[in-house]
Design a protein around this ligand. Structure first.
Ligand code: FES
Length: 388
């Protein structure tokens, strides 16, 4: 560990540069807290009675270091866990060049004084951009169809799945239409659940996904690569579970919040001229509610839909005979023809979009999602009311 000596008692650069930020007794109660020196927000730490002060803004995407926690002599950013030495500002071992500004601090007569100017500069270690971060650009070639199975099952105990059967049939049929076709089975990917970065701050939810950037073993990058950079047609197959899409579907779309969030925080539409279609199969009812969820989500990330964008089948509420249901679906000519027709409609729609590039340029936010909140007014409503 690169322990820099504490700056307490360091040579002052002039009495006017030292700012009294509070009483030692008060400020030593918390290990990390926010202080302001002029208009600058800083992170003040206290460990074993010794103070340290570094910038309040993380090098990564500006996370609030003063809301982080102390791990040894390092402040851990609350957004994505980058670490900075609490007195020197340098990054954790191996990333020392990724440093935030540090300020000298001293104690006099029971008061904590912080030098107003930083004595070290912010520096950034160059980080190669993640491959997913490239600008989405459709490469020339035939229409590309990506089937995504959200059906769960044990890897070495395969079973017949009605949704997988029809999805695979549709993907195979796409190849006969001259399209390139691929499938992803979510159950074969090792990927983490969304950890709620968006709940900390919209800006903490990054593109590429924060988990994808920090965890190379996470395999949802294959879905991101497929839906954002490769596919023209996305076909999602899901069973109905308790009247809803499968748990793997929700695990995937929670992680896809980062795609939608780019529209909100960066006015950046990652998915253009893409078509989504759905295959919904269940032993229970609620097809239209499941379809509503799928349509709503894929509309939010910028997809278009063919005429009649889903096919579905349900055995109904009364028939608890799923062994008959699987037998029926496996042999159903109509359902297989329906899956083929869905992919045909989707491919035709994609050809129109690819040839015509329906959406060019920046799509204005308003009307697509809620207008940006006038946060200043929202936040200051009370203050304004009080001052009147
Ligand atoms: S780790 Fe600090 S903003 Fe990402």
């Amino acid at each position: 560990m690169n322990d820099e000596p504490m700056s307490q008692g360091g040579p002052p650069s002039g009495p006017e540069n030292w700012v009294d930020v509070g009483a030692v007794a008060e400020l030593s109660r918390q290990s990390v807290q926010a202080i302001s020196v002029g208009k600058t927000r800083l992170a003040l730490t206290c460990r074993d009675g010794e103070f340290g002060v570094i910038s309040g803004a993380c090098n990564h995407v500006g996370g609030p270091l003063a809301e982080g926690r102390l791990e040894g002599d390092y402040v851990v950013c609350p957004w994505h866990y980058w670490k900075f030495h609490r007195t020197g500002g340098q990054g954790e071992p191996g990333f020392e060049a990724d440093a935030v500004p540090a300020h000298r601090v001293k104690v006099e007569s029971g008061r904590v004084l912080v030098e107003s100017s930083a004595h070290t500069k912010r520096s950034r270690k160059p980080h190669a951009p993640h491959p997913l971060a490239r600008t989405p650009q459709r490469e020339p070639g035939p229409v590309r169809v990506l089937g995504i199975s959200t059906t769960a099952m044990t890897a070495d105990q395969p079973r017949y799945s009605t949704s997988d059967d029809l999805l695979e049939h549709a993907v195979r049929h796409a190849a006969t239409l001259g399209a390139e076709a691929r499938s992803i089975r979510l159950r074969e990917l090792n990927f983490r659940a969304c950890e709620g970065f968006y709940s900390k701050s919209a800006r903490a939810c990054t593109w590429p996904c924060s988990i994808t950037q920090m965890d190379p073993s996470d395999q949802l990058d294959r879905v991101y690569e497929g839906v954002v950079h490769w596919a023209d047609v996305i076909l999602v197959g899901t069973p109905i579970r308790w009247g809803a899409p499968s748990s793997l579907y929700f695990k995937m779309v929670e992680r896809m919040n980062c795609i939608q969030n780019q529209e909100t925080i960066a006015n950046r539409q990652l998915m253009r001229n893409k078509v989504a279609g759905f295959i919904i199969m269940g032993g229970q009812d609620n097809i239209q509610a499941v379809a509503g969820q799928l349509l709503g989500f894929f509309a939010e990330i910028g997809c278009q839909f063919p005429t009649f964008p889903y096919i579905a089948h349900s055995r109904g509420w009364s028939a608890e005979d799923m062994e008959n249901n699987t037998r029926y679906v496996r042999g159903s000519k109509f359902l297989h023809e329906g899956a083929a027709a869905l992919v045909e409609r989707s491919v035709e729609m994609a050809k129109l979009l690819v040839a015509g590039t329906l959406v060019e340029g920046v799509v204005p936010r308003g009307g697509r999602k809620a207008h940006e909140l006038d946060t200043h007014a929202q936040l200051h409503t009370k203050e304004t009311a009080e001052s009147q």
